[in-house]
Ligand binder design. Structure first.
Ligand code: ATP
Ligand code: MG
Length: 409
């Protein structure tokens, strides 16, 4: 996303006598030459004016003064200068007041780097020294830090997340205020906490985030999370080297030596979806089976893992193992190759590919349906996939008879 398209909105507003600026994250990211993903615009025009000037709009948050304007298929949030009313329960306030001064709008924002505005000519409005803080790589609260974190405790985690994303430090007084107000994070909805944690884990320096969480004591109210980030901190740099969020979470949980049950508890505590939870817990389970040691690559017995977890999951596991063995890349390199070779070499890969069905076994062995069928089929799969048993009805039925006889014996 580029600022150019949005400049048409600024231009229209200016042509009608209003002030209009790019504001917040997009200005920060533009100054840092980072990709800009959403462009926010602020203006002294009231929402009614914005709606009138831009027929192609969606009134996304009229109460808060926000109108989403569409230009060439893309949406841009246009928000009237505002301050925020009384904060309740350490969360963002319900009511807002429109104001006529840009500075007041910037003053309500959380960190100096997020409290800058820029006009169409790329001239900066920076009353709180955001640009200097960016140059010094500092996350600094706007105004009185204690007050700002008391107003909205999500800012605690946003601060940590920005430090991790940008590789910044927390300015001293900001950090001191965060230590004091850390317990307030417990007032924030778990979904918002999860969102921020996901962004932190997906950042370029998750180890900065994990260390700060530990140092500030952000999760003193949730002991399982506190332990997770403390125990995983030393190895958390590795999660940069895996791709997806489930991979990142599972590597973090493994690094903290969490059991499968404890990992599930973390997912549930953070109200992750069933799908996400299954993906994460499944990978933790496999990691705990393989038990990789840091930077000490070993040969992996892929055969049984492939049969139990399937190709897709094993491929993800291999990526995580590369992260576990990151400082020994030359040795870890053959990991993917070994996995692919093993997979290719397996003549059958799933129960469905066996030359017999459960019903065939029932008829051939003259036994009633029951649990034994899946168990025997799985045993046959292992033998055909990994130990050379021919995948023919005759061979499979003979092997099945032996299995059953052994069981009964
Ligand atoms: P990103 O979009 O990269 O996650 P961002 O800074 O753009 O980061 P948004 O949540 O998109 O974050 O918010 C846009 C702007 O709104 C921020 O830059 C900041 O100025 C302001 N803002 C967002 N959340 C808060 C908050 N909790 N307290 C104060 N200001 C906030
Ligand atoms: Mg944003």
């Amino acid at each position: 996303m580029t600022l150019d398209l949005a400049s048409r909105i600024l231009e229209t507003l200016e042509n009608h006598g209003f002030e209009a600026y790019y504001v917040g994250g997009c200005v920060r990211d533009w100054l840092l030459s980072r990709p800009v993903h959403d462009i926010d615009i602020c203006t002294n025009a009231h929402p009614g004016d914005v709606i009138r000037l831009f027929p192609d709009h969606v009134p996304t948050g009229l109460k808060h003064g926000t109108v989403s304007v569409r230009i060439a298929g893309q949406f841009f949030e246009v928000t009237t200068y505002r301050t925020e009313g009384k904060y309740e329960d350490y969360r963002r306030p319900a009511d807002v007041r429109f104001v006529s001064e840009l500075r007041l709008d910037l003053a309500r924002r959380d960190f100096t780097m997020n409290a800058m505005a820029m006009n169409r000519a790329k001239e900066l409005q920076d009353p709180f020294g955001g640009r200097a803080d960016i140059e010094s790589k500092l996350v600094r609260a706007v105004g009185e830090p204690l007050v700002r974190f008391q107003e909205d405790a999500l800012r605690l985690l946003r601060g940590v997340r920005f430090a991790a994303q940008l590789g910044f430090s927390l300015e001293e007084q900001t950090l001191a205020a965060m230590r004091k107000t850390a317990p307030l994070l417990s007032h924030i909805a778990v979904e918002r906490v999860r969102e921020e944690l996901n962004k932190m884990l997906g950042s370029d320096s998750p180890q900065i985030g994990c260390a700060l969480i530990h140092e500030i004591g952000l999760f003193a109210y949730a002991p399982v999370l506190q332990r997770l980030f403390r125990e995983a901190a030393a190895e958390s740099w590795r999660i940069v080297h895996v791709n997806t969020l489930p991979q990142k979470w599972s590597l973090l949980l493994y690094a903290a030596r969490f059991t499968v049950e404890e990992s599930k508890a973390v997912c549930q505590l953070l109200k992750m979806s069933k799908r996400e939870t299954e993906a994460i817990v499944g990978l933790v389970e496999l990691l705990r089976r393989v038990q990789p040691k840091w930077d000490a690559p070993e040969t992996v017995e892929w055969g049984q893992l492939l049969l139990d977890a399937g190709w897709d999951t094993c491929e993800k596991l291999a990526v995580i193992l590369q992260g576990c063995w990151w400082n020994r890349q030359e040795q870890a390199h053959s990991l993917m190759q070994a996995l692919a070779e093993k997979y290719r070499a397996m003549p059958v890969k799933t129960l469905k590919e066996l030359a017999v069905t459960g019903l065939d076994l029932q008829v051939a062995l003259q036994k009633k349906a029951g649990e034994w069928i899946v168990r025997v089929l799985r045993a046959l799969l292992v033998q055909t996939a990994l130990h050379g048993l021919p995948n023919t009805p005759e061979a499979l039925i003979e092997a099945a008879q032996k299995e059953v006889a052994q069981d009964e014996h």
